[in-house]
Write a protein that binds this ligand. Structure first.
Ligand SMILES: NC(=O)CC[C@H](N)C(=O)O
Length: 349
């Protein structure tokens, strides 16, 4: 007998098995990544979403903290065909509901056909179809999480590699993955991590060589302070951005973003560099995209599958951004040279 229910927009309820009890709601998304469940489940960009794994067996190499991208699980719930006990116990200890033993091919197909959708989950001994539907009714659209930045950002400035010899980076934490910080630190940068609503004065107090806008969850228009900072600092200091960071930079410089039908989430998204013609495999996790880069930014890289902008640049203003995750984790390391490029830009400033 089912002890978990997944209610999808349109009020279709799918029966499942509870692996970690609780009630949850969020936009249901899927990742096609076949490894890297620890990294995905701790990626702050999944805040307020329900993460479905299209790969059928999740957890087969355990759970190790050193692979975490932040200090907690961010999706509101996890859905898989089969979750191992290790993962189920971890999610239960984090109070994050998890369900399995449902046909995830069916859920993924529905999202692909109908687009990103709201979802409600009820799991455990007290689970009911009605509760799953109630969660669904209370679910908000991702763009309506207007204060999501507060949920995922540091409260106070943190400094990494204070004695480093490299560039001074002001990283605006909109929900930064740990691997972005470690990729910069490995290149000897001194990284000052600022709250999502840092002001121009805050950032100028460290006299940065590079202003870096991190990844983060939801609609980039809800990160107004970061956008304002970009507007104020453009031309004065080199600028870099990853994922939400690319979107914030584009919006601040006269471009526009929009919600995608069902987004890109996985570790084998092909990206073509328009200058070299080279294609790299990339890690992605985004539901919004740059619809119009504006006049100041050139599209330098595109997604091979749907032509959406994957890289934006302005050589005169020293701006480089990526829609994908060059820091990988999970996923391929093919585009780690992004960090060398942005730090080279910082050192000539
Ligand atoms: N990984 C991210 O930074 C995600 C960017 C943005 N929140 C989106 O969903 O498009």
């Amino acid at each position: 007998m089912a002890d978990a229910y997944v209610a999808l927009e349109g009020e279709r309820v799918v029966e499942a098995r509870s692996r970690a009890p609780g009630q949850a709601r969020g936009e249901v998304v899927f990742t096609t990544a076949y490894t890297g469940y620890e990294e995905s489940l701790t990626d702050p960009s999944y805040e307020e979403q329900i993460l479905t794994f299209s790969y059928p067996l999740i957890g087969n190499y355990g759970v190790r903290e050193e692979r975490f991208e932040s200090d907690r699980v961010h999706p509101r719930a996890a859905v898989a065909r089969e979750l191992t006990d290790d993962v189920a116990e971890w999610l239960e200890s984090e109070d994050v509901p998890a369900v399995d033993h449902l046909d995830t091919r069916d859920v993924v197909t529905e999202i692909r056909d109908e687009g990103a959708m709201k979802c409600g989950i009820s799991a455990g001994p007290d689970a009911s179809e009605e509760e799953a539907l109630e969660q669904l009714r209370q679910c908000k659209h991702m763009s309506d999480h207007t204060t999501i930045g507060e949920q995922v950002s540091v409260d106070e400035v943190e400094v990494h590699n204070e004695d480093g010899d490299g560039a001074t980076v002001a990283l605006v934490d909109c929900g930064a993955k740990g691997s972005i910080i470690s990729s910069l630190v490995e290149r000897d940068a001194v990284v000052h991590v600022f709250p999502h609503d840092a002001t121009r004065d805050d950032v100028e107090s460290v006299d940065p060589d590079l202003l870096f806008i991190s990844n983060g969850p939801g609609d980039p228009v809800n990160f107004g302070a970061a956008g304002e900072l970009v507007e104020q600092k453009v031309g004065e200091v080199p600028l870099a951005g990853i994922c939400l960071g690319q979107q914030v930079v584009a919006n601040a410089l006269g471009g526009e973003t929009e919600k995608m039908e069902f987004g890109h989430r996985g570790v084998n998204q092909p990206v073509r560099d328009l200058r070299s013609g080279r294609v790299v495999m990339t890690t992605q996790n985004h539901g919004y995209t740059v619809a119009d880069p504006g006049e100041k930014l050139d599209v330098t890289q595109v997604n091979v599958n749907d032509d959406t902008p994957e890289g934006l640049e302005n050589g005169d203003l020293d701006i480089i951004t990526r829609q994908y995750h060059p820091e990988a984790n999970p996923g391929p390391n093919d585009s780690l040279d992004f960090f060398d490029d942005v730090l080279a830009m910082a050192s000539k400033s």
